[in-house]
Ligand binder design. Structure first.
Ligand code: PGA
Length: 264
């Protein structure tokens, strides 16, 4: 990675400070766009990583007057098959961790539908893409990173021009989900995910990675070659990406690279 790109990496002392920074970025964007009378179109992620970001956004809503009335959201992915009401669905995750606690109109919320018959999935994916475009594209996409290097559920082998589609989950991703599902046999083997192209067309992208568990894949994704083996490495080609890391997730980055990082 060259010097030009280094300024897009921020390393914070811990997961809390990193998450507060990301929540602040999202809140500022919402305020700025709503002052202009515009909607804010957010791409959202699930998993352990964004939980503190959502917690802070809820606090900003409850105590500091941040309104989500002008916010439109598109989630990255959903397991397939998956009933929306299931505890493990990403729709439930979003309801519990954000949507139930803010004033976003329910019609503004978009999450891939895991309940469809297989024959209906392709048209649903095309419509998901169209809806994002109809809203003028994603203003900001929040990403985590899986230990396979996936962004959304774009597992190794995903192509840079991929769009929203049905995919098979990698074995490591399935293993990482066992705790949530209470057994490997309960983890769905497929998911509907935005593609790499869908993600990289966002005007801004923030990839948040927290904890030692992500140190190895962060090193590969940021400093390794660009390859479909590590889909997150495709982000190196785009200028609109900011990597927000805690110190543990940044711990395997090269020394000179770490010297360029920013503290709050
Ligand atoms: P995690 O998942 O936040 O639960 O680590 C991240 C991801 O798989 O993208």
């Amino acid at each position: 990675m060259n010097n030009q790109e280094e300024k897009f990496i921020k390393v914070y002392p811990n997961s809390e400070t990193a998450s507060l920074y990301v929540a602040g970025r999202i809140a500022s964007l919402i305020v700025k766009k709503s002052e202009l009378g515009q909607k804010t179109v957010l791409g959202l992620a699930t998993g352990a990583t964004p939980k503190l970001v959502y917690k802070e956004l809820i606090r900003l809503h409850q105590y500091e007057g941040l309104s989500f009335k002008s916010v439109v959201t598109f989630n990255l992915d959903e397991y397939y098959p998956m009933q929306a009401v299931d505890e493990q669905s990403y729709r439930s995750f979003m309801n519990v961790n954000l949507f139930n606690h803010v004033d976003m109109p329910s019609e503004n919320i978009h999450i891939p539908d895991g309940t469809l018959n297989l024959e209906a999935v392709q048209a649903h994916c095309a419509l998901y893409e169209k809806k994002i475009q109809d809203f003028g594209g994603l203003d900001l996409q929040l990403l985590g990173i899986g230990r396979t290097g996936h962004i959304g559920f774009n597992e190794p082998g995903s192509l840079v021009h991929s769009t929203t589609r049905l995919v098979h989950l990698n074995d490591l991703t399935i293993s990482d989900a066992i705790a949530d599902f209470g057994g490997k046999e309960h983890v769905p083997s497929q998911a509907i995910t935005m593609g790499v192209k869908t993600i990289t067309q966002a005007k801004e992208i923030i990839l948040l990675a927290l904890s030692q568990r992500k140190a190895d894949i962060i090193q590969q994704a940021l400093e390794g070659g660009i390859s479909s083996h590590i889909p997150a490495s495709f982000l190196q080609q785009f200028k609109n990406v900011e990597y927000v890391l805690d110190q543990e997730a940044a711990s395997q980055l090269a020394t000179n690279y770490c010297s360029a990082v920013t503290n709050p």
